[in-house]
Design a protein around this ligand. Structure first.
Ligand code: AMP
Length: 318
């Protein structure tokens, strides 16, 4: 029996043991965060109908077609098991009450920068946290899926692999996506909901493509100031729709979408085709995956530093 099988067994034992389970995920959720959180809730409720299961965190915004959050009192945490999905660092856990539970389990696919919880199932080779939850169900004879759990987990896999395009997409990802599709839900409806954007976001896509700066080694970047976002009537979270765009352009090796925040600093959404970039992100209050990271730049000077570091890293890789 390999290490992952033992961890999965331990997680199931904890789930069986607790009557009340509260599931958290990271701030500014993406489809994998909501899908794994709400998908795990469905799996637990479907298989253990006597348990109380809650999902909490900031509002899912335009991901509300996937799920909505529960609202609970802080005393709900007494004697509760807390499971945190898709979140590498404790300071990114949405809803600070997570630490009030009796026990904490971490389930994640980001590099394990900050180990936390009494059980940690962290597999950075997995495309998504939804893939891990799907694997938990498929490899556990006593667990079955329902169509809602399958819909949610499928959405997270589609989201984090950018429709099975990213290199983290493996044969296992495809097998598990197929396993989920055996349930009755409309995968085309999920795909359509995830492809559709509001007109104002489509216009931002046009702006990003028109104004992207690309240097001689293939590092692209664009700065979306508060004013630009305001002109497009958009907020920070809307920028997720444009993050993958430069990846479709020939010659671009790595890129950053800098998004100015209320405090005037910049959130940096860094992506790369081959060059590892999470070490650079870590130097700027960030982290993440080798090819998809986030960081913070306090001013234009730090923006230049990040672009120079990326340029050096891309040059070394060539
Ligand atoms: P984003 O550009 O926000 O979609 O982030 C890309 C990846 O980097 C996600 O998987 C995040 O978990 C990670 N990430 C983003 N911001 C940070 C941060 N400030 N610290 C650590 N990891 C981050």
């Amino acid at each position: 029996m390999n290490r992952n099988s033992n961890i999965k067994k331990d997680i199931l034992e904890k789930i069986r043991e607790y009557k009340r389970i509260i599931i958290h995920r990271h701030v500014r959720p993406d489809p994998d965060a909501i899908g794994s959180q709400a998908g795990l809730k469905e799996v637990i409720q479907h298989n253990y109908p006597d348990k109380e299961v809650y999902i909490v965190g900031d509002d899912p915004g335009d991901l509300s077609f996937l799920s909505s959050m529960d609202s609970i009192e802080s005393d709900t945490y007494s004697n509760a098991l807390v499971i945190v999905v898709d979140t590498a660092n404790t300071d990114r856990i949405s809803d600070r009450n997570y630490s009030e539970g009796k026990d904490i389990i971490k389930i994640d696919h980001h590099p394990n920068e900050e180990p936390y919880g009494s059980i940690q199932w962290v597999d950075a080779s997995s495309s998504s946290t939804c893939e891990l939850i799907a694997d938990l169900v498929k490899s556990t004879p006593e667990l079955t899926l329902n169509s809602e759990a399958a819909r949610l987990l499928y959405a997270g896999i589609v989201g984090d692999t950018n429709r099975f395009l990213y290199p983290a997409t493996s044969t296992k990802t495809m097998e598990l996506a197929g396993f989920l599709m055996e349930q009755e839900f409309s995968h085309t409806e999920v795909n359509d909901a995830m492809n559709q954007v509001e007109l104002k976001i489509a216009r931002l896509k046009g702006y990003v493509l028109q104004n992207l700066q690309v240097n001689s080694v293939g590092v692209g970047h664009i700065v979306l100031t508060k004013k630009i976002l305001k002109d497009f009537d958009l907020v920070d979270s809307d920028t997720s729709a444009v993050v993958s765009l430069p990846g479709g352009i020939q010659g671009i090796e790595a890129w950053v979408i800098f998004v100015q925040q209320q405090n005037k600093a910049y959130r940096c959404r860094i992506r790369s085709k081959r060059t590892v970039i999470n070490e650079i992100a870590k130097k700027h209050e960030g982290g993440g995956h080798p090819l998809a990271s986030g960081a913070n730049a306090k001013d234009e000077k730090e923006i230049s530093e990040i672009l120079n570091e990326l340029t050096d890293a891309v040059q070394q890789k060539k």
